[in-house]
Design a protein. Structure first.
Length: 499
């Protein structure tokens, strides 16, 4: 989940909060009195029972070995396989709905029935079951073969995010087997096209089957999660908000001509001048409730130099020298401001002809509270060239003169009914590690649920080593024990939420 443009639309980025926000955290949790060596020495939390361990492995293997990439795979095959698993686990057919725009893009919405008449809105868990394209020649192993070796499970989706989908399906089956009845319904939506394609499942369900997606709040295991260092848990990162994604096509045009007679208004140069302004003019620093709280928590556990930078960022007024020092790391800078960067260029039709058209794709990650059209207008003002056009490019590739004007939802509150149980279960599973809410600079399917007005939180239990993030890359893998711990985590967390 850590690459950004694979198929031309936004993909999720697993939040790596502490190692990004505080580079000095690596080995220094002294602010909370817990060093990494201490965390590693602590006793393990609850273990997944043998029966559920075997079932969790079987479900994970089945999911990984179904090709669900956009080009030649089938999301529907994954959805149908999980429906069969849940049917075998005792769920009623009417509570397992397949719905989608076409035969390859069917989503599964599974409802775990809670106490009747409670009056509480459901909890919605969203998880995409499509994966990034994987080619056999790029991998050491077959990406669609589930392989266990050297303490890891290998295969496409072992990090992003069939690992989480399989775990929650197993938890549903286990809870049902135990006869547990939550205080409200819990809904699991396994969906299409988060990574690519034109049929995003969360968006489609919200628009076409909204009755299935009604919820008090959303849990999205695709963002946030347990951070590992040398295999030991160091922090629980929670995505409490995220940026909005937007692509803009910047175009310079003129009559062109023969290269032997250069014009002063060369389209390439005009575009270049605009991009130079973009490079030299970062967006202003802007903190919100989530990023401010995240920085405050991180300051407590950072090494002194990093802690001083964070205090300067949080000061009123801000210490701009501290902001400059903090912003040297691109990942740190990204949580402070909206970012726009040129990602693709095209110009000219022949080596001996002046270009009549030069274009650049400018990719923006927009802070909560701002609209895509607002950023488009900001770019026009920044470029200050009436001959340039700035058009919006939608996720499906459609180009329009203006962008959506709806502002993204402000960060949701850090709700105690969500975070209280989270702290409780985290302490039980990984004693001593902090729970830190933050903002992701990337985008996940939470953009759709947040836009629908449903508070959404990125909470995952599968630990990934901060220096072994292979989502979207070759030889994707997850630690075997991290997977089983993640399954146990969500089992305990759902029980804590649904008391």
């Amino acid at each position: 989940m850590n690459s950004e443009q694979v198929t031309g639309r936004p993909v999720a980025v697993r939040m790596r909060l502490l190692n990004r926000v505080g580079t000095g955290v690596l080995g220094c949790l002294v602010g909370v009195g817990v060093g990494l060596a201490q965390v590693g020495a602590q006793s393990a939390g609850p273990l997944l029972p043998k029966e559920d361990r075997e079932l969790a492995r079987a479900i994970f293997k089945e999911l990984v070995e179904i090709n669900s990439q956009d080009s030649n795979g089938s999301v529907t095959a994954c959805a149908e396989a999980m429906r069969k698993r849940l049917l075998a686990g005792g769920f009623a057919a009417e509570d397992l709905v397949l719905a989608g725009p076409n035969e390859r893009k069917q989503n599964l919405v599974a409802r775990y029935r809670g106490k009747a008449g409670s009056g509480l809105k459901p909890i919605l868990i969203i998880g995409h079951i499509d994966v990034v394209e994987a080619r056999r020649e790029d991998w050491s192993t077959d990406p669609y073969a589930f392989i266990e070796k050297d303490g890891y499970f290998y295969g496409r989706g072992t990090q992003d995010m069939k690992v989480d989908d399989a775990g929650v399906v197993e938890d549903f089956i286990r809870l049902r087997r135990e006869g547990w009845v939550p205080d409200r319904d819990i809904v699991l939506a396994l969906t299409a096209d988060e990574e690519g394609g034109k049929s995003n499942g969360v968006d489609w369900l919200l628009k076409n089957r909204p009755e299935l997606m009604k919820a008090d709040f959303v849990l999205n295991p695709d963002s946030g999660g347990v951070e590992l260092r040398s295999g030991k848990a160091s922090e629980m990162d929670v995505e409490a908000t995220e940026k909005t994604y937007a692509d803009f096509r910047v175009s310079a045009t003129n009559p062109g001509g023969h290269s032997s007679q250069p014009r002063p208004d060369n389209a390439i140069y005009e575009l270049m001048h605009a991009l130079e302004k973009l490079e030299a003019t970062p967006f202003p620093v802007e903190l919100n409730a989530v990023t401010r709280a995240s920085l405050a928590e991180t300051e407590k556990i950072a090494v002194p130099e990093r802690a001083a930078e964070i205090r300067g960022v949080l000061a009123t007024p801000m210490d701009m020298k501290a902001v400059a020092a903090f912003s040297k790391d691109p990942a740190d800078s990204a949580i402070l401001r909206t970012t726009c960067v040129a990602t693709m260029l095209s110009a000219g039709r022949a080596p001996n002809a002046l270009p009549a058209l030069a274009q650049a794709n400018v990719n923006c990650r927009i802070l909560p509270g701002h609209s895509q059209e607002e950023i488009r207008q900001t770019l026009l003002k920044l470029f200050g060239d009436a001959k340039l056009t700035v058009e919006y490019v939608a996720d499906d590739g459609m180009v329009s003169a203006t962008a959506p004007d709806r502002k993204s939802m402000p960060p949701p509150p850090v709700r105690e009914d969500v975070f209280g149980p989270l702290r409780q279960v985290t302490a039980e599973m990984w004693p001593g590690i902090p729970v830190i809410p933050g903002m992701s600079a990337g985008a996940s399917d939470s953009i759709y649920t947040m836009s629908a007005g449903i508070p959404s939180y990125g909470i995952g239990g599968v630990g990934i080593d901060f220096d072994d993030d292979r989502a979207h890359g070759r030889d994707e893998r997850v630690r075997v024990e991290s997977y089983y711990s993640g399954v146990e985590f969500y089992y305990l967390y759902l029980k804590a939420l649904g008391k």
